[in-house]
Design a protein around this ligand. Structure first.
Ligand code: WTA
Length: 658
């Protein structure tokens, strides 16, 4: 019986005890510094979200806050607004000259664009799209590098009520083709190319390849970024600047229903074809504006905010485009890689633009740990007052490193949990209120109701691991999967019923109600009857001074069910060898318990990651089990897998020899 009980949930064994109270000076000036905000929201979540919707400009107020027909939800029913109006027009009178984006190209070119200028560009493109026959509800595919034309294209769609589908510029022709076909897009906006680590990314060539197998695209708009010669198809392809030349810089925004679709964004789960996540207008904008204001503590007239994600991911949609622009703040938009031309590129940008807030991913932070502190220490980072993390659970040691070496020990670090599907941050500290614990995303945002439950949906209570669920709708949540509502229900609601959203992540609650995310439930290992999260073993490894990054998987083992295999990237100046391997096994044993000691450790310079930087454990499982590799289409750094495979094979040979 007891054994079964254990099997049902996830054993959470790692304990992290460091805590950081919000600095007094930070609290004094914070947008959120009154803890009663949580009580108000809990007492009446709808009234709370309504107060947040009032941050926006509506052309008609809603009749009803929430219409909940589980698993479906509608927010601010009957309300009318336009997203591009909210992101641009309403700021013009008072702050039209304020910079919306300091754009920095990878080769070193740069341009600062005011709200007024962005508004003019958006209106011109909106008029051009209309001229090309784009109507309200039509889908427009956008396949661009991180250049100002990307947010401008999204807002131009929003202005006329067209639905944008942004496809990350690092995706291949095949991925672009599938996404265009799934959403039946009418127009494609792309570029001749883009820059990545000094290389030219041939976007137009990819687009042409994709378009050979799509039927819905009528026109292709091509931004000239690299000035390379690219093939232009007569009658179909139009140069962006030519198209805008004759257009008026005024365009009436289309009045949209709160529940009209704003965009679709594809997310690839672990299996199956990518899901087109549908976000609508009023609820989404409310969620991103509110979270951006309260979590990032935005002061529009003084902050220089930098979210270093790519707009091709939801993080960029919500926290480079819609949240920051709805709040009228100044952002940095950087085109390139963090290590080009050198590994201090981020820090030279922070120094030059005096960035005050930086939002990035654990994968980037761990890369910086690997490169060493000399890079940040070459630069003056004293302008930074707040740091954020998103995308994966952040290992406590990476959190501490980030706080100490990037935030000079004074900037709070907000670890924000959310998903493409939730649209906005769901679990995070409010930095003027919440005590921080490295490795914990802390507590649900006001108005968000979460819990950690077992297989049957019963709360596991403090101390135990289980499955994270959301028990009430929140306005920015997805509405459905494009063209496949059955899949929406199956994927997220089958497990616990229509009223309980299951995001697919494991978590643990501590006795203060803090959430400790344990990674995707697909990654959980079963070691001698214990369900262990890969994240905890990885965090224990990263806590060792010699380790920058680690990925842990379960290898099928006849005795234990699964045996733990760790793939470890040493920090610069450390060497992966037999001695270190022994030391690390001991170290994990001490930190978590003998049960969590890796059976084998493979040292590698890098780990296989998705294009958004998440470690692909499923491929490492294939390597550990000696299986054929599964689907590698979303893999960012394919060559590293061959290297890891060779090392794993040679270790297996060594064992055979012994
Ligand atoms: C993971 C990115 C732990 C999680 C916004 C989630 C996190 C998935 C965190 C969504 C975090 C994101 N702590 N895990 N702070 N943030 N995740 O759709 O597994 O690219 O389900 O959205 O990333 O990834 P997505």
């Amino acid at each position: 019986m007891v054994e079964k009980e254990v099997e049902r949930t996830i054993d959470a064994l790692l304990e992290e005890r460091r805590e950081f109270e919000p600095p007094k000076e930070f609290t004094a000036q914070a947008n959120a510094n009154d803890p009663s905000i949580y009580e108000h929201a809990q007492k009446d979540p709808e009234a709370w979200w309504e107060s947040q919707a009032e941050r926006l400009s509506w052309s008609k107020k809603w009749d009803k806050v929430l219409e909940w027909n589980p698993p479906h939800q509608e927010w601010f029913v009957g309300g009318k607004l336009n997203a591009s109006y909210n992101c641009l027009d309403r700021h013009l009178e008072e702050s039209g000259d304020r910079i919306a984006y300091h754009w920095i190209g990878e080769p070193g070119d740069a341009r600062s664009i005011s709200y007024q200028e962005l508004h003019a560009e958006v209106c011109k493109l909106a008029n051009a799209l209309k001229e090309l026959g784009v109507q309200k509800g039509d889908r427009v595919a956008i396949y661009l590098p991180m250049i100002p034309e990307l947010p401008a294209s999204m807002l131009a769609c929003a202005r006329i009520g067209a639905v944008h589908s942004v496809v990350f510029g690092g995706f291949s022709a095949g991925s672009l083709r599938d996404r265009i076909n799934d959403a039946d897009c009418k127009i494609l906006i792309t570029a001749d190319g883009g820059y990545r680590r000094g290389q030219n990314v041939p976007l137009k060539e990819n687009a042409d390849e994709a378009l050979a197998e799509t039927e819905s695209i009528e026109k292709v708009i091509v931004v000239k970024r690299t000035t390379d010669d690219v093939a232009m198809s007569d009658g179909r392809d139009i140069v962006y600047s030519d198209l805008l030349e004759s257009q008026s810089d005024k365009c009436e925004p289309e009045e949209m229903d709160a529940e009209d679709m704003l965009y679709v964004l594809y997310t690839s789960g672990t299996t199956g074809k990518p899901k087109g996540i549908v976000h609508t207008t009023g609820g989404y904008l409310t969620g991103v504006s509110s979270t951006h204001h309260l979590i990032f503590d935005i002061k529009p007239d003084s902050d220089v905010y930098w979210c270093a994600a790519d707009i091709g991911w939801v993080t960029g949609h919500s926290y480079i485009v819609y949240g920051p622009l709805a709040n009228g703040c100044t952002s940095i938009l950087y085109e390139g890689a963090p290590d080009y031309p050198d590994k201090d590129r981020y820090w030279s940008i922070v120094e030059e633009y005096k960035a005050t807030i930086l939002y990035t991913a654990p994968t980037a932070i761990r890369a910086m740990m690997k490169w060493g502190v000399d890079y940040p220490q070459k630069h003056d980072l004293s302008s930074l007052r707040l740091l954020g993390s998103v995308g994966e659970p952040i290992n406590p040691e990476a959190w501490i490193w980030y706080q100490e070496f990037i935030g000079a020990g004074k900037a709070p670090v907000v670890d924000t949990w959310w998903q493409t599907e939730t649209g906005a941050i769901m679990i995070s500290a409010l930095p003027g209120i919440t005590k921080l614990k490295p490795g914990s995303a802390t507590v649900p945002f006001p108005g968000v109701v979460a819990d950690v439950v077992d297989e049957k949906g019963e709360p596991v209570g403090p101390g135990s691991g289980g499955y994270l669920v959301l028990k009430r709708p929140a306005p920015a949540m997805m509405r459905t999967i494009f063209g496949d509502d059955d899949r929406y229900r199956e994927t997220y609601f089958e497990r616990y019923g229509d009223e309980t959203y299951f995001p697919g992540d494991g978590a643990r609650l501590d006795d203060e109600g803090y959430y400790w995310l344990l990674g995707r439930v697909d990654d959980v290992m079963n070691v001698a009857g214990h369900r262990l999260s890969t994240y905890e073993v990885e965090s224990a490894l990263v806590a060792h001074e010699s380790v920058a990054e680690a990925a842990v998987v379960g290898r099928t083992d006849p005795k234990e069910g699964q045996a733990i295999v760790a793939f470890v990237t040493p920090r610069s100046g450390h060497e992966g060898n037999e001695d270190l391997s022994k030391e690390l096994r001991q170290h994990v044993g001490k930190a978590i318990g003998k049960i969590a000691r890796p059976q084998s450790i493979i040292f590698t310079d890098d780990l296989p990651k998705t294009r958004s930087g998440k470690i692909m454990r499923r491929l490492l499982r294939d390597v550990a089990d000696g299986n054929e590799l599964g689907d590698v289409t979303t893999l960012q750094n394919a060559p590293i897998l061959d290297e890891i495979k060779k090392k794993a094979d040679s270790q297996a040979d060594d064992k055979d020899d012994k």
